[in-house]
Ligand binder design. Sequence first.
Ligand SMILES: C[C@H](O)[C@H](O)[C@@H](O)C(=O)CO
Ligand SMILES: [Mn+2]
Length: 417
Amino acid sequence: MKADLILKNYEIAKERYAALGVDTDKAIETLEKTPISLHCWQADDVVGFERGEAASGGIQSTGNYPGKARNIDELRQDIEKVNSLLAGTFRLNLHEIYGEFGGKQIDRNEVTVDQFTGWMQWAKEQNMKLDFNSTSFSHPKSGSLSLSNPAPAIREFWIEHTKRCRRIADAMGKFQNDPCIMNIWVHDGSKDITVEKGRYREILKNSLDEILAEELPNMKSCLEAKLFGIGLEAYTVGSHDFYAGYCAKNNVMYTLDTGHYEPTENVSDAVSALLLFVPELMLHVSRPMHWDSDHVTLFDDNTRNLFSELVRANALDRAHIGLDYFDGSINRIGAYIIGVRAAQKSLLQAFLEPLDTLRKYEDEGKLFQRLALLEEEKTLPFGAVYDYFNLKNNIPVGEEYIADIEKYEAEVLAKRV
Ligand SMILES: C[C@H](O)[C@H](O)[C@@H](O)C(=O)CO
Ligand SMILES: [Mn+2]
């Protein structure tokens, strides 16, 4: 698209929004500064560099599109490509299995920051900060219960792993002078009817109490609930209620993964409810399609509602935004760009909402007026504002990035055989 046309469209959009009391320049500035944490695991279908095996233990990636990253260099190359096609501020969300193990057998209860100093250096060069995740899946000791396992040897193995991961996250946070957000998701559950549900939940609670007891000033832990895992469909130890209760009681950040709800559930409604009781939210922005997080985030009602609720709750500074999906059936770099752009468009639309007027209408009981404005805002020229945001940052506008990704596929991904 021609730059002068984008600028002209932006000027018209700016005027239209200004008539509603909305400052488009300010919205763009906020979008530029709002960090989005890129999940490293979209680049290689959650394989990582520890065992090189397909993900197992509650999660699974489907699809076999050629060109996935096979080692750290390729993964970094892909993330650099992703970064080059996006405007804004980005963090990188690493899982423990993406450490630099250098061919050594370093088990999960032995991992240290040494396996992540290379990542810390690289991230600094990329102007990215790191987030982190312990990894309970894809390991011979994963089974169906990790931190909630009644067998002390297994449980202690995973407790030790998670404690070590928190210390690694703390070192990352110190290095980058900004807290590293460490997510704890364990797949623990059961395939069929379970009679000892309370027992496993009590064990998980005790394990978390032990893990979180260590004070680490440069990191923040968050706990992720789930509806069910693959092969663990009947019961999830760390259910939504379990973690909502645990996080509220212990003042811990809650991870809300939009892929962990039924497609018809209104996940955004959880934002203002949870924020009354938990200190902060980590968002795993995904797309539920009946099971797990395998579908690329879209600019759909779910994503739009999520971010408008966040803005309406004045809670942007209490949420950490990350993506979480792993689609191996399409070009993986393209999957990143589609998902990030969907999140950015949803954020931008939320920033551009004529909120003062909507709040006033609601306060005054002007409910027709509120509904009318909510309808009208849907067709305001926000696309012109998003195009300008990209142009201003020298990033491909609109569908232009498709050709860039096709080129990268031909020149780089297709050679990974
Ligand atoms: C790989 C991630 O830890 C994983 O996707 C987790 O966040 C999750 O959502 C599991 O379903
Ligand atoms: Mn998740």
